[in-house]
Design a protein around this ligand. Structure first.
Ligand code: CA
Length: 232
């Protein structure tokens, strides 16, 4: 059976467009125009993914996100208005898997949905604490056992922080990761310098990967948010 997507959106036109497009793409769709309906449908249907507009009439979309996240790992892609960087960051830190900004293209939305579903499927399959795993991504080979990295066949030498940073990025392909998320994953404690250290080490890592900020091969900047690994 195809995956069901719960669309939470109070704008009738957008919701209808999403329903038609997602069905054409082969998904089953359930719809809610309020947070209350969204939560009851979520509990009743256990959808594979939730597309959540954060601007809802009856309650804060962040509250809906928190309730979904508390229930389990169902992927959530939030929909935000333009120029709402702070909202995006808050949603990602609260456990949203990704975001799209209105107006978004269906092609972009479908790509984000595929990544979120694939990522969750892989998490379900992966054995716990799989540190010895080898990652191979487009010319980049990371050997978790020896902690060595090669790029297009040539070894590159990373500092321990650069290596940890790369690993966090590679293990979350396609997802926008906030500075706060990355900071916590690499250092284990909050940044006291507004992520200046993180930015410096990221710049150095990208240089070693041959990544040009304007046309990155591996790590893209998400303006106002953090970074995204362009995996596959
Ligand atoms: Ca809305």
């Amino acid at each position: 059976m195809s995956d069901e997507i719960l669309v939470v959106e109070d704008d009738d036109n957008i919701r209808q467009l999403l329903r038609i497009s997602l069905r054409t793409e082969g998904y089953r769709v359930s719809e809610a125009s309020s947070g209350a309906v969204a939560l009851s449908l979520f509990e009743a249907n256990a959808p594979a993914l939730v597309l959540l507009d954060l601007g809802l009439p009856d309650r804060d979309g962040m509250e809906v996100l928190a309730r979904i996240r508390a229930a389990g790992p169902t992927p959530v892609i939030v929909v935000t208005a333009r120029n709402q960087d702070e909202q995006k960051v808050r949603a990602l830190d609260a456990g949203a898997d990704d975001y799209v900004v209105k107006p978004f293209s269906m092609a972009e939305l479908f790509a984000r949905i595929r990544v979120a579903l694939r990522h969750r499927a892989r998490e379900n399959d992966a054995p716990a604490a799989d540190t010895a795993r080898v990652h191979v991504v487009g010319g980049l080979v990371i050997d978790g056992e020896t902690r060595t990295v090669t790029l297009d066949g040539a070894p590159i030498h990373l500092t321990p922080y650069e290596y940890s940073l790369l690993l966090v990025m590679v293990e979350n392909p396609g997802k926008a990761l906030t500075h706060r998320f990355i900071q916590k994953a690499v250092w284990g404690y909050p940044a006291a310098d507004e992520y200046k250290t993180l930015r410096v080490i990221m710049a150095s890592l990208r240089r070693k990967l041959g990544d040009k900020p304007a046309a990155p091969r591996f790590i893209a900047t998400e303006v106002g948010v953090g970074y995204r690994f362009i995996g596959e």
